[in-house]
Write a protein that binds this ligand. Structure first.
Ligand SMILES: N[C@@H](CCC(=O)N[C@@H](CS)C(=O)NCC(=O)O)C(=O)O
Length: 220
């Protein structure tokens, strides 16, 4: 029995849902909304000591960090999403790390300052926003080049690296980040978003998040 703790608006949680769907694994959803403090309960902290979502409990084995969870799921199900071959696995890790460390940080700066700061009536940090945008201008061309030469990030096979990037850029529309200069990223993204593993989560992520945030604002 798999229990996934998370909230629908979290792209880190979405990443694990994409992976579970690709592996055709059924799971019980445990709504864990950080906005309501549900990530700080003793039960949840026993799953994820960091209090961050997602967290997962698989027959009593508890794990946190979306990429670690996805690696565990893919490995234990013998999935090509995370190849057993050491070299192929290392390439998947390299692209996953590049996105998780560099792209995600830059996306975080832009998303925080353009979406969350205004939502919480806080002043945007213009310098942090500028740095985030500058970094994206450096990192997206690298991804564009890779995806113009390969169907997927790690080559010809869909992998956890793609799932990680897909979730990390789910916020581009809400954060007003244009992908117009990156046709290969756009094409790759559109192809993945049309697949059942994604559609089972969101018909459209941007619409979903806008609706969820609107409902939250009204409830205040
Ligand atoms: N590196 C983590 C990031 C998780 C993360 O930042 N989760 C956010 C929601 S997207 C969260 O739990 N925020 C609440 C908090 O930090 O208290 C992962 O990939 O699992």
């Amino acid at each position: 029995m798999i229990k996934l703790y998370g909230s629908g608006v979290s792209s880190s949680v979405a990443k694990v849902r994409y992976c579970l769907n690709l592996l055709n694994l059924k799971y019980d959803w445990v709504e864990t909304n950080p906005m309501n403090g549900e990530n700080k309960t003793p039960e949840y902290l026993s799953v994820s000591p960091t209090g961050k979502i997602p967290g997962i409990d698989i027959d009593g084995f508890k794990l946190f960090e979306s990429n670690a969870i996805n690696r565990y799921l893919a490995l234990t199900h013998g999935s090509a999403l995370y190849p057993q071959d050491a070299k192929k696995q290392a390439v998947v890790d390299a692209w996953t790390d590049y996105v998780a460390i560099h792209v995600a940080q830059a996306m975080g700066r832009v998303t925080y300052n353009r979406v969350f700061a205004p939502m919480m009536a806080q002043k945007a940090d213009e310098e942090s926003l500028r740095v985030g945008l500058d970094f994206l201008d450096k990192y997206f061309p690298v991804l564009e080049k890779q995806l113009s030469q390969n169907q997927f990030l790690a080559g010809s096979q869909l992998s956890l690296a793609d799932i990680n990037l897909l979730a990390n850029i789910d916020w581009v529309e809400l954060a007003q980040i244009s992908l117009e200069k990156y046709p290969s990223i756009k094409k790759w993204r559109a192809a993945l978003k049309s697949q059942p593993f994604y559609q089972q989560c969101y018909k459209d992520y941007t619409d979903y998040v806008q609706e969820a945030m609107g409902a939250r604002a009204q409830a205040k």
